[in-house]
Design a protein around this ligand. Structure first.
Ligand code: DGP
Length: 118
C-alpha cells in the first residue's frame, strides 16, 4: 500500500483544513481529535508521509522516530496530564481499527480511561 497524499491528516499538515493545534515543531504536529472519545483526546502525528507505525519504523530516520516519541511526552506535559496519567495508542491497519492512513498516536486523558481493549 502506498501513502495516500489526500488523507485527512495530510490535508491538515498542508493547512488545507483547520485543526485545533496544541504543539508543532519541524517533525511533528499535535492537535485535538475532532471526535473525542475521552475528556481529553489529542493526536500526535509525524510531518513525514508514513502510513502507520510499521511504515514509520521501516522508513523514518532515527531523528524522526526520537522526535515523535519525545513529542508524546512534551504534549502530555503541555496538557498537564503527566501526574494523573494518560493512555497513548496507535492503531495499525484494519484489524487495529485504523481509519486515517497517516501514522498518529492518540493521547487519552482527563478521566479514568478504563478497559485496555473491548
Ligand atoms: P484511527 O481510528 O486510529 O485512525 O483514528 C482516527 C482519528 O482521527 C479519529 O479519532 C477521529 C480523528 N479525525 C478524523 N478526521 C479528523 C479531522 O478532520 N480532524 C481531527 N482533528 N481529527 C480527525
Amino acid at each position: 500500500m502506498s501513502y495516500d497524499k489526500n488523507n485527512i491528516f495530510a490535508k491538515i499538515l498542508r493547512g488545507e483544513i483547520p485543526c485545533k493545534k496544541i504543539y508543532e515543531n519541524e517533525f511533528v504536529l499535535s492537535f485535538y481529535d475532532v471526535n473525542p472519545q475521552k475528556k481529553i483526546h489529542v493526536l500526535v502525528i509525524p510531518k513525514g508521509e508514513y502510513i502507520d507505525l510499521d511504515d514509520f519504523n521501516n522508513k523514518a530516520s532515527d531523528k524522526e522516530i526520537v522526535e515523535l516519541n519525545k513529542a508524546i511526552t512534551h504534549v502530555s506535559s503541555l496538557l498537564g496530564v503527566r501526574e494523573r496519567g494518560f493512555r497513548t495508542l496507535t492503531n495499525i491497519g484494519s484489524d487495529g481499527g485504523q481509519e486515517v492512513p497517516h501514522l498518529h498516536y492518540h493521547i487519552f486523558a482527563g478521566e479514568k480511561i478504563g478497559k485496555m481493549v473491548s
